[in-house]
Design a protein around this ligand. Structure first.
Ligand code: SF4
Ligand code: SF4
Length: 411
């Protein structure tokens, strides 16, 4: 694609990056076929190629409008288009740049702005999020069905965190909302790793990874959150932790990009790169320990084979490019995975998308639930807290993180 970037951005780091991405696009349109929003809306501007054109126009000096913003808002940032693209267009990075520019130039209405500010203040902050969630859970029986589906029921209590000290040490990202929504997840990861001779440590003062603010286009706040998390982790990094283990693939995508996001920050660039190098999705850690895991599990009788559906989050399969990893860990340990049609499509959770674009999100979730339950699984397993909560709101089949099912299987 030929480009002619406007003087205001041409020579900046963002401008150069966007230009290089745009030049890789050949307009072939193959990405459109796998874009969930194009499939629902059949509008070129609600597919990746159309959005790329919109961003290109803004970068070349056109004035963005509320319509430009709407088409970018409707994008899930699922990155299915990146997986499909034959020339390696980094759409996810381009849409980050485009959204930032449009956000600066197109003011939002007062109600929408207040709503986005509230989400950005509450979700990344456990001091606000945890009590508000508890309140919602107490009132849940009285809520109308539509609201009930977005307030998750009180979670099952976590099993005990191991008290043994192992010679190998890793650090966990517990995150901001996950400890309140699903405290069992990090504890299950710690218990499984303990069986493999690894202690999973929790850093004092560690919290949100910055993904929520980034998705809401509050990029400066997101960068500050990333710096705070690096500061909390750094003493453990210096003590030589082997890896930073992340159980929410949505957070994993963000932490693995810290080196890029903070690359221009003289005080944090090196630390951010180191943190990104250490960051690993729990599936990467577990699959590297494969033979020892099978030993820990022992023999399982045929009758004990759990029949489950795995929902691979977009952040896992398109963002981290770890498609198939969890599935092979589970089948290797005797789980029976039911077939899931259109497994590449987003479930509609996508960070705060389910709140900000409820209609599209609901349609995607309904399609996904149909695909996941067609094979009558006893449980749906996934790898990201957002997808877990979103899907659980639409089914009575238990939806859990796969590491919890693995913890059960090893008991
Ligand atoms: S990130 Fe997902 S929703 Fe957005 S353009 Fe790409 S495929 Fe479509
Ligand atoms: S598949 Fe890749 S090259 Fe083709 S239009 Fe989409 S982004 Fe451009």
């Amino acid at each position: 694609m030929q480009t002619n970037l406007a003087p205001f951005i041409k020579d900046t780091a963002e401008g150069k990056e966007a230009d290089a991405i745009l030049r890789k696009c050949t307009h072939c349109g193959m990405c459109t076929a796998t874009c969930p929003t194009y499939q629902l809306l059949s509008d070129e501007l609600d597919g990746p190629r159309g959005r790329i054109y919109l961003i290109k126009q803004v970068l070349e000096g056109a004035t963005p409008t509320a319509k430009t913003q709407l088409h970018l808002d409707r994008c899930l940032t699922c990155r299915a288009c990146e997986t499909t693209c034959p020339t390696g267009v980094r759409y996810g990075r381009l849409v980050d740049i485009g959204r930032h520019l449009v956000e600066e130039r197109v003011p939002r209405g007062p109600v929408e702005s207040a709503w986005r500010r509230a989400l950005n203040a509450v979700i990344p902050n456990p001091v606000l999020f945890a009590p508000l969630l508890k309140l919602g859970q107490l009132a849940r029986p009285l809520l109308p069905a539509a609201l009930k589906s977005i307030v998750p029921a009180a979670p099952a209590p976590a099993r005990p965190w191991p008290t043994t000290t192992r010679p190998r040490k890793m650090l966990v990202l517990e995150g901001c909302a996950q400890p309140s929504l699903s405290p069992a997840t990090s504890a299950a990861a710690a218990r499984v790793l303990d069986r493999l001779g690894i202690s999973l440590e929790r850093a004092v003062g560690a919290g949100c990874c910055g993904a929520v603010s980034f998705h809401l286009n509050e990029q400066e706040k997101a960068l500050d959150t990333m710096r705070r998390l690096i500061d909390a982790w750094w003493p453990y990094v210096e003590q030589g932790v082997e890896a930073i283990v992340i159980t929410a693939s949505g957070c994993g995508v963000t932490v693995k990009e810290y080196g890029h996001y903070l690359g221009q920050d003289a005080a944090y660039a090196d630390k951010a790169r180191r943190v990104s190098d250490l960051a690993k999705d729990i599936s990467e850690v577990i699959s590297a320990e494969g033979p020892r895991l099978r030993e820990a599990r022992g023999e399982r009788r045929e009758a004990e084979k759990p029949r489950v559906a795995f929902h691979s989050p977009c952040s896992l399969q398109h963002g981290l490019k770890l498609n198939g990893k969890v599935e092979s860990v589970l089948t290797g340990l005797g789980f029976e995975l039911v077939a899931v049609p259109d497994a590449h499509l987003c479930c509609g959770s996508a960070g705060t998308y389910s709140i900000l674009q409820p209609e599209l999100s609901r349609r995607l979730r309904d399609n996904k639930i149909t695909a996941l339950t067609g094979g009558t699984p006893s449980a749906i397993l996934t790898a990201n807290i957002g997808c877990q909560m979103h899907l659980q709101g639409a089914t009575t089949i238990p939806v859990r993180h796969w590491i919890e099912a693995l913890d059960d299987a090893l008991r």
